[in-house]
Design a binder for this molecule. Structure first.
Ligand code: NAP
Length: 254
C-alpha cells in the first residue's frame, strides 16, 4: 500500500503540482478541489498515465464534515496519509474595510483558518498512532504583513500561521512535522490568480514577469520544495520558510 499525499485545494497551480511531484516519488496523490471536475480529472489522468498513482474528489471545504469525511475515507479505503497539504487560501482581492462584509470576513477565517484546524483535528490522531506525518500549509505574504484592503485575508492567514506554530509545539515531539510555507509573490496559477486577474491580465503578467523572466513563481518548482521539506530528517526540520522569485523584494523589505 502506497503512502498517501492528500491535497486539500488542488488546482493547476501549487496543489496539483505538489500532488504530481509526490506521485512521481512513489506516493498515491489524493487531489481534492471544490468545483472543476474536468480539471480534477485531467490532473488525475495526467498523473496516472505517466506512471504515477492518483485519485481525485470534489470537496467543498466550507461544508460541514467535508474534510473530516474525506480524511476518514482516505485512511480506510486508500492508505495511510503520510502528508497532508492544506492549500486553501482566502484571497478576495483588495477591499476597503467598509466593503468587507461580516460574511466575507467570517468566510475567509472559515476557509483558511478553521479549515486547517479541522484538517489537523482529523488527520493528527492517525499520524500520532503511526508516530509520523507531515502537515504542509501553503501560506501567503498576508500571514506576516497586514495591508490596506487585506483585512479579511491577512487576519485569516495570520491566524493560521499561529495555528501552525501551536500544532508544532504540541505534536512535533510525536513525529508530526508542520511546515508553514509562505509564498511571497505571484504564482503561475491559472485556477486562482488567473481567474482573479482574468485571461488578458494573466497573459500579460505571464509575458512580462513569467516565462523566460522567471519573475512568476512556477508551481512545479514550488512542489520540489514541498517534497524536500516532507523528507527532511527529523533532526533538521524546517517549520517556516518563504519562497519568492529572484526579482521580487522579500516581504520584510517593502
Ligand atoms: N496564486 C498565487 O499567486 C498565490 C500567491 C501567494 C500565495 N498563494 C497561496 O497558494 C495557495 C493556493 O495555491 P494556488 O494559487 O497555486 O492554487 P491551486 O493549487 O491552483 O488551486 C487551489 C484550488 O483550491 C480550490 N478551492 C478553493 N476553495 C475551495 C473550497 N472551499 N473547497 C475545496 N477546494 C477549494 C480551488 O478549486 P476549484 O478551482 O475547483 O474551485 C482551486 O483550484 C493558497 O494557500 C494561497 O494563499 C497563492
Amino acid at each position: 500500500m502506497k503512502p498517501v499525499c492528500l491535497i486539500i485545494g488542488a488546482g493547476a497551480g501549487i496543489g496539483g503540482n505538489v500532488g504530481r511531484k509526490f506521485a512521481q516519488e512513489g506516493f498515491h496523490a489524493v487531489l481534492c478541489r471544490r468545483s472543476d471536475e474536468a480539471g480534477l480529472n485531467a490532473m488525475v489522468e495526467g498523473i496516472n498515465s505517466s506512471g504515477g498513482s492518483a485519485s481525485g474528489f470534489l470537496l467543498n471545504a466550507i461544508e460541514e464534515n467535508s474534510i473530516e469525511e474525506r480524511v476518514a475515507a482516505v485512511e480506510q479505503d486508500i492508505g495511510p496519509i503520510d502528508t497532508v497539504v492544506f492549500n486553501l487560501g482566502a484571497q478576495i482581492g483588495d477591499r476597503p474595510l467598509a466593503a468587507t462584509t461580516y460574511k466575507a470576513f467570517e468566510m475567509g477565517w472559515r476557509l483558511a483558518t478553521f479549515g486547517l484546524f479541522r484538517t489537523a483535528h482529523s488527520v493528527v490522531p492517525h499520524m500520532q498512532e503511526r508516530g509520523k506525518g507531515n502537515i504542509l500549509v501553503t501560506s501567503a505574504t498576508a500571514a506576516v504583513r497586514g495591508n490596506a484592503g487585506q483585512h479579511s485575508h491577512a487576519a485569516a492567514m495570520g491566524g493560521r500561521r499561529m495555528l501552525c506554530q501551536s500544532l508544532n509545539a504540541q505534536f512535533s515531539g510525536s513525529g508530526i512535522h508542520v511546515a508553514h510555507v509562505l509564498v511571497d509573490g505571484a504564482v503561475d496559477a491559472p485556477d486562482t490568480l488567473g481567474k482573479m486577474l482574468g485571461p488578458e491580465r494573466f497573459q500579460e503578467l505571464r509575458e512580462t514577469k513569467g516565462m523566460e523572466h522567471d519573475g512568476l513563481m512556477l508551481p512545479e518548482k514550488i512542489a520540489e520544495t514541498y517534497y524536500h521539506v516532507a523528507q527532511q530528517h527529523r533532526s533538521v526540520w524546517t517549520h517556516e520558510l518563504d519562497l519568492r522569485a529572484y526579482s521580487d523584494r522579500p516581504w520584510w523589505n517593502h
